[in-house]
Design a protein around this ligand. Structure first.
Ligand SMILES: Cc1cc2nc3c(=O)[nH]c(=O)nc-3n(C[C@H](O)[C@H](O)[C@H](O)COP(=O)(O)OP(=O)(O)OC[C@H]3O[C@@H](n4cnc5c(N)ncnc54)[C@H](O)[C@@H]3O)c2cc1C
Length: 389
């Protein structure tokens, strides 16, 4: 039976299979990698072999052809099992840009190889050190030179660049001063990093508070074939935006999975741990933060589902995708807090995985978009208040 046929309303069978796969990668596996900031190569290879990272690639190109909610179910289960989808989740949504806006040649060349695992498309270079959240102010420039572009500039926080063959990059092709709309003149390129590394592309890892394989990427006049341009020159911002809703919904699903992991851990520990001659979870002071996080998680889960349903129906879902990501990131953080407090001192011991997941969960209120910017979006675009920046 194909994954597509298995797809039920809640993807029960897929969830079970993902769970079985994740059980082969227990806490010790992640703790060992965490110490050395190593990449979970075996885990990513297994997910690829099982076809999960190709969930959104159409069957015609060798993928599973699942709707977005199927990919969301896979990522949620990974996080719920205590694993870390951050090592590879980008492959699911990055290739959407190629799928929606790429040429037939790009799709034929890359999608089947990405689906089979022959090529990894894990790196997505948007953020730059001087522009931060203000994407239209990026300065990495791609200059047309005959049948190629020459890229010069720098990206930061380009996660998984060292573990990817391909990279999707946003660069200016017309200076900001020369465009009417600040988001015009930006273009998306699909770069073969194996070639680019021989011609001026270099990668420097950034050590972070959690194991995320993130890097700085430097482009020192890197020539790339002109057919690496995705879609039309100058329209890249729109292409990136269309993928961002998918990214936010999928990250929201991961946060729901994280919240479930913390709630499960806290609940079980609270029932077992005896202090003053009774389980600590008998105290309302211990119960209530867990129960509250549960309610927050369930509300976020509904918003993730609503956003995914709108996305799948091809309807506008910017507000729902943003709210799903924000509410789910807040729910996972509330659950993380409750879990630490329930475990008390033992939360700080590596062997319970609580401190590792706590560090990992914090990211999603900042990346891929910070909570403030989501609130600004809702204020301006949903509630009609004046733009604040
Ligand atoms: C581990 C990690 C992995 C990442 N992976 C990737 C990746 O693979 N590819 C990629 O392109 N990027 C990646 N990012 C970058 C991430 O998307 C950015 O960090 C994020 O968008 C915030 O940008 P910034 O860090 O420059 O913060 P800034 O833009 O400098 O903002 C700092 C703070 O100021 C607030 N702020 C800024 N402007 C306003 C405003 N107008 N109103 C209110 N508040 C404001 C923000 O909300 C934020 O809290 C990653 C980041 C991290 C930490």
């Amino acid at each position: 039976m194909t994954m597509r046929q298995q797809a039920r309303a809640d993807y029960g069978e897929i969830r079970d299979e993902v769970n079985k796969l994740c059980a082969r990668f227990p806490g010790e596996y992640w703790r060992a990698l965490d110490r050395t900031q190593g990449y979970p190569t075996e885990f990513v290879e297994e997910l690829t072999r099982a076809g999960y990272l190709a969930a959104l690639i159409p069957e015609a190109f060798g993928g599973a052809g699942l709707p977005l909610s199927g990919a969301a179910a896979i990522l949620e289960e990974i996080q719920k099992a205590g694993c870390n989808g951050g090592a590879c989740h980008a492959q699911m949504y990055i290739m959407g840009a190629v799928l929606r806006h790429g040429s037939d040649a790009q799709k034929q060349n890359y999608l089947p190889k990405i689906a089979s695992g022959e090529l990894r498309l894990q790196a997505f270079g948007v953020t730059e050190p001087t522009s931060g959240t203000d994407t239209s102010s990026i300065v990495t420039f791609a200059r047309r030179d005959g049948d190629r572009y020459i890229i010069k500039g720098q990206k930061i926080w380009t996660s998984r660049a060292e573990h990817s063959d391909l990279m999707l990059v946003l660069a200016r092709t017309t200076p900001k001063a020369e465009v009417v709309k600040r988001t015009d003149g930006l273009s998306v390129f699909l770069i073969d990093m194996r070639e680019a590394k021989k011609n001026g592309l270099s990668i420097r890892p950034i050590r972070t508070m959690m194991n995320h394989a993130t890097t700085e990427v430097f482009f020192d006049n890197v020539p790339i074939p002109a057919d690496g341009l995705v879609g039309e020159e100058g329209k890249g911002f729109r292409y990136i935006l269309s993928g961002m809703n998918a990214e936010r919904i999928l990250i929201g699903a991961e946060c729901v999975g994280d919240a479930k992991w913390f709630i499960d851990k806290a609940t079980n520990y609270g029932k077992e741990r005896q202090v003053f001659g009774r389980p600590i979870a008998q105290n309302q002071g211990v119960q209530f933060p867990i129960a509250k996080a549960y309610a927050q998680m369930r509300a976020a889960e509904l918003m993730v589902r609503e956003a995914a349903a709108l996305f799948e129906a091809g309807e506008e879902c910017g507000a729902e995708a943003n709210m799903a990501k924000m509410l789910a990131a807040e729910a996972s953080w509330a659950a993380a807090e409750a879990c630490v407090q329930t475990f008390g001192g033992f939360a700080f011991a590596e062997e319970y995985d609580v401190e590792r997941k706590f560090r990992e969960a914090r990211l999603y209120q900042v990346a891929p978009i910070s909570t403030n910017l989501i609130l600004s979006y809702l204020s301006e675009h949903v509630l009609g208040m004046p733009r604040s920046y």
